[in-house]
Design a binder for this molecule. Structure first.
Ligand code: NAD
Ligand code: UD1
Length: 340
């Protein structure tokens, strides 16, 4: 069993991953500054898993804190979720994104190197591929980003690639997530956006719970079968399980390895809405609106490298993700803030 430092563990994907790590017997130290999450998420992770997490409240950019944490705990590997993630905000405030996402990772890597901890699993994104030339997307597709958020992910990947080239003892697995949706089956943890959701799935669940009147579908004139955007939606618990596999992989393999985590299937906005309606029995009022600037028509993964290297495949359906995501939203209409 490993001792793992999980940065950003209180966030949406981090919380689900901590549950899986604890269930597998790993020891978890969570570092989070709660800039986009709340301590209640960590409390619920511990309730679900029936095991404790060591919580360190602080920032990944705090060099002294990181060095202390790495000196106090014999860490085997780091899973690095902590980042800002809103594309539109990154265009408006690019320096905040480079500071938090790129500089934050630099501080973390320096502290890891100083402590002799040379294994990292990094949260990357399919956004590094920009507008795909060919589908499905393989890891060999060119990296060309279209906004500062995506650029920050590509820059971190470059740092990891260079670091692994310089020191063959390093192992860096960069997981390029497609579109995580849904929630833990308990309905106790889930996605908890602070403001109006930017992403489709939390918007749909907020319409379902009555917080928003209707969904605007950004464009029905895309070159896709039904004219709406197509994405690769994967259940967040499948995504969490992928991290478990990546941690194991990094124990036995050195070097830099980017790996897609997706289902390999594309789902349109209209298909997702229908899947949600059939999984929950709730109608989602929607209307069409102009395309969102910066959007792409379609994007889905070739997940065969993850199957080959990690022995990982997404197992849960979009319908399952809808049912689980709805359970979370229904029982927590105000997210964690209700404190139930
Ligand atoms: P999230 O905002 O829910 O979680 C991020 C967590 O990191 C939060 O708890 C936040 O408080 C913390 N954090 C942010 N900056 C920090 C800092 N400087 N120091 C310490 N803690 C900090 O986001 P998420 O959806 O769980 O995403 C996790 C990671 O996955 C991010 O790196 C994100 O870019 C990446 N990612 C997310 C998606 C997605 O659709 N959710 C897709 C691709 C990649
Ligand atoms: C967004 C991010 C991307 C990130 C990904 C996963 C942008 C431009 N890109 O991409 O960097 O990696 O999330 O977190 O923000 N849609 C609607 N109505 C809505 C919301 C979305 O029709 O209210 C449509 C979109 O046009 C798209 C699909 O739903 O076709 C999915 O959108 P979204 O959930 O934002 O994910 P991505 O566009 O893949």
């Amino acid at each position: 069993m490993a001792r793992l430092l999980v940065t950003g563990g209180a966030g949406y994907i981090g919380a689900h991953t901590m549950v899986e790590l604890l269930a597998a017997g790993h020891n978890v130290i969570c570092l989070d500054n709660f800039s986009n999450s709340v301590p209640e998420a960590v409390a619920r992770v511990q309730q679900i898993a029936g095991r404790a997490v060591t919580l360190a409240i602080g920032d990944v950019r705090d060099d002294a804190l990181l060095r202390r944490l790495l000196a106090e705990h014999p860490i085997d590997a780091v899973i690095h979720f902590a980042a800002l993630k809103a594309v539109g905000e990154s265009v408006a405030r690019p320096l905040d994104y480079y500071d938090n996402n790129v500089y934050g990772t630099l501080v973390l890597l320096r502290a890891m190197a100083a402590a002799g901890v040379k294994r990292i699993v990094f949260s990357s994104s399919a956004t590094v591929y920009g507008a795909p030339e060919q589908l499905p997307l393989t890891e060999g597709a060119p990296v060309r980003t279209t906004n500062p958020y995506g650029a920050s992910k590509a820059m971190v990947e470059q740092m990891l690639r260079d670091l692994c080239a310089a020191d063959p003892e390093w192992s860096a697995v960069s997981l390029r997530y497609f579109n995580p949706i849904g929630a833990h089956a308990s309905g106790r943890i889930g996605e908890d956006p602070r403001d109006t959701p930017n992403n489709l799935f939390p918007y749909v669940t907020q319409v379902a719970v009555g917080k928003r009147e209707r969904l605007s579908i950004w464009g029905n004139d895309w070159p896709t079968p039904d004219g709406t955007g197509v994405r690769d939606y994967l259940h967040v618990v499948d995504l969490a399980a992928g991290h478990l596999r990546a941690v194991d992989y990094s124990a036995a393999h050195q070097g830099f390895m980017p790996i897609n985590l997706g289902t390999g299937r594309g789902t349109s906005v209209l298909e997702l809405v229908r899947a949600f309606e059939s999984a929950t029995g709730i109608a989602i009022p929607h209307s069409f609106a102009p395309r969102r600037p910066g959007d792409i028509a379609a994007c889905w993964a070739d997940p065969s490298l993850a199957a080959r290297l990690l022995g990982w495949r997404a197992e849960r359906s979009v319908e399952q993700a809808c049912a689980d995501g709805w359970r979370w939203q229904q029982h927590n209409p105000e997210g964690y803030r209700a404190g139930k």
